[in-house]
Design a protein around this ligand. Structure first.
Ligand SMILES: O=C(O)C(=O)C[C@]1(C(=O)O)C=C[C@@H](O)C=C1
Length: 302
């Protein structure tokens, strides 16, 4: 059994994801995403579970920035959770004047808050569960939290199933130090981050290398390279696994065009969606084409 750090405290959505991703491991909460990554880099944890993207609010920027800098970490698995919130308060609260939560959570319930608690001021907390802790301590009147939070913090449930977008989901990663990679399943996702050069067409060249090989993107995010105004890193997720010939070929091409590229993992997709295969871009097509070149080089074919 190994120790896995997760973005806590107890009762976050991330804890639920960690329980699914590392069911047999010992989980321990840390206050920030950065602390979870640091625990792995320092060898205090064998892995870390953190959120990476939400279908309403987009990228979890602390995770992206944390993966681009310092010692490399690799995503070995992912989990997708449906996100519906509970609004929690204390028994002594008569009128909700303040409502606290993680910024992603507040963004996912802004319409509900405007309709149901129009008088309440929103306050940012480090996580949904940290907001519940603050309400328990009397710092704020209400928290927008994961439904499981009431099991840890005995608060009054004001509302359940709260979500402006009914199908909202958040994706979480299990990160480990670089090591042995899992075998491809046919339903995989590969992630990289590349600091494309600041010149005309540099990003288009990288994306074209993927498009030429029939590789479907699943996400593209830009984050500033701090301290260099106007320079960006690009986080690119795409279908497939580094062990596949076409993905290996594409990664080699990306590396050739941009030596500032970091591999962030190849792992099965939580939604089980199989990779798109364009005509002439199946793995066997790459193998056959390489075999043909080898035969020509040996002088066997023309
Ligand atoms: O605060 C939590 O409960 C988290 O796990 C973080 C987080 C996020 O980063 O998006 C996870 C899921 C929800 O979308 C809201 C917050």
């Amino acid at each position: 059994m190994s120790r896995i750090a997760y973005f806590g405290p107890q009762g976050t959505f991330t804890e639920q994801a960690a329980r699914r991703l590392a069911a047999d491991d010992e989980l321990f909460p840390v206050e920030t995403i950065s602390a979870a990554l640091t625990a792995v880099r320092k060898g205090e944890a064998a892995g870390a579970c953190v959120p990476v993207e939400n279908s309403v609010e987009g990228a979890v920027t602390a995770t992206l920035d944390g993966l681009a800098e310092d010692a490399p970490l690799v995503a070995v698995a992912e989990e997708l959770l449906a996100v519906h919130f509970s609004v929690l308060t204390r028994d002594d609260v008569e009128t909700v004047g303040t409502v606290a939560s993680h910024p992603h959570a507040l963004a996912q319930v802004s319409q509900w808050l405007a309709a149901n608690l129009p008088q309440a001021r929103t306050v940012v907390a480090s996580s949904t569960a940290a907001a519940a802790v603050a309400v328990q301590r009397g710092e704020y009147d209400a928290a927008v939290a994961a439904p499981v939070a009431v099991e840890h913090y005995p608060l009054r449930v004001l509302a359940t199933g709260v979500a402006d977008v009914p199908d909202a989901r958040t994706r979480f990663l299990l990160l480990r130090p670089p090591g042995t990679l899992a075998e491809p399943t046919g339903c995989d996702r590969t992630s990289i981050v590349a600091a494309a050069a600041n010149r005309t067409g540099a990003l288009a060249e990288l994306l074209t290398e993927l498009a030429f090989r029939g590789i479907n993107l699943t996400r593209l995010d830009a984050r500033p390279i701090k301290g260099n105004f106007g320079l960006y890193r690009f986080f690119i997720d795409f279908e497939g696994h580094i062990f596949e010939p076409r993905i290996g070929d594409a990664l080699a091409a990306l590396r050739r065009r941009c030596n500032n590229v970091r591999f962030l993992g190849s792992h099965p997709r939580a939604d089980g969606v199989a990779a798109t295969v364009e005509q002439g871009a199946a793995n066997q097509d790459f193998v056959n084409a390489a075999d043909w070149v080898a035969a020509v080089r040996r002088g066997e074919l023309a």
